[in-house]
Design a protein. Structure first.
Length: 323
């Protein structure tokens, strides 16, 4: 009898501990914003402290949406139809009051890719950049160094491009199979290293001054299949959505060694979240991560048409506290 009661108490204690742990996990992935424009099919997200706003790129509606961080109200920053381009990665240059966006479109059976620079204050298009190429490209994500130079990835190729802030020109910065099918890209605070998420090779470290890849592909920490990528306190955080099953989709933090060139540890921030529906990118505001949880990319075809409109849901942005 005593043993039975003891075992019962232990079981109750275990259940109680699990409930506490679950509550803690739920509190760390709260819904921060809900966008009722269900057919947005967003891909990129960024934040500006100048405007206290988040910005979402739309693939289907070929526009960029601005979200008031305080109220959650949203409006068009750059409306549909002006460029007729499917926007992907976004980046805010607070110093120069610019919003940068990667975009791609298909015209007359040919793919056209460009980087667009907007005025953060007015939303007006300042300039577009495109590298002349003989093959199709997919400009995907971008980052910026302290001098205002932009670096962006081409996921259809094996290139990182650079837009020089001084000359206003575009060129191939690094090209090679070591960064085949690159997606997310971010830069170290000292501007020494670019970190590139190659779909098959995993996270690669690029020496900016030497313009060459450092070290071998990571084989122990599983950093392949990453979409959005950001640097945070000597670590790299990525959304791993190129996986076999939906339950494997996760937000992962990869800790770097003291040189900032090698991954030495991995921690899963969130995995298998029921709100995840092809999460793509995220942005970091102070010590909080804001994740675009449900891009719903599965519901759009190669002709940029919605497949099942009735199955679309509100767009959700989840908020996590980072340590």
């Amino acid at each position: 009898m005593i043993l039975h009661l003891l075992m019962k108490n232990i079981s109750l204690l275990a259940i109680f501990c699990l409930l506490i742990a679950s509550c803690g996990q739920d509190n760390n992935n709260k819904i921060a914003y809900r966008i009722s424009e269900k057919d947005l099919i967003p891909e990129g997200i960024t934040y500006s402290s100048t405007t206290n706003s988040f910005y979402l790129s739309s693939i289907y509606k070929t526009k960029i949406v601005q979200i008031n961080a305080e109220t959650g109200e949203f409006k068009d920053f750059f409306p549909s139809g002006l460029l007729d381009i499917s926007f992907l990665g976004l980046f805010v240059d607070e110093t120069r009051n610019h919003l940068w966006a990667c975009g791609n479109m298909t015209r007359n059976g040919e793919t056209v890719s460009m980087i667009s620079k907007f005025s953060l204050n007015s939303g007006k298009l300042i300039k577009t950049f495109s590298y002349a190429d003989t093959v199709a490209n997919t400009y995907n994500d971008l980052t910026e160094d302290e001098k205002g130079n932009i670096y962006f990835t081409d996921s259809d190729g094996q290139c990182v491009y650079k837009i020089d802030n001084q000359t206003d020109s575009i060129s191939i910065f690094v090209d090679g199979t070591e960064i085949s099918h690159p997606n997310g890209i971010t830069i170290s605070p000292d501007n020494k290293f670019l970190y590139v998420a190659s779909n098959k090779k995993g996270i690669r470290v690029l020496d900016v001054e030497k313009r060459e890849i450092i070290g071998e592909p990571d084989s122990s920490m599983n950093s392949t299949g990453i979409d959005g990528l950001k640097y945070y306190k000597n670590s790299l955080i990525g959304i791993q959505n190129e996986v076999k099953t939906r339950s494997e989709v996760k937000i992962v933090q990869y800790f770097l060694d003291e040189t900032g060139t090698k991954i030495i540890e991995r921690k899963i921030i969130d995995q298998g979240n029921p709100h995840f529906d092809i999460p793509t990118t995220f942005t970091i505001v102070k010590n909080h991560l804001y994740c675009l949880a449900n891009s719903q990319l599965w519901n759009i075809d190669s002709n940029n048409k919605i497949v099942n409109p009735d199955e679309l849901n509100d767009v959700l942005i989840l908020k996590y506290e980072l340590k």
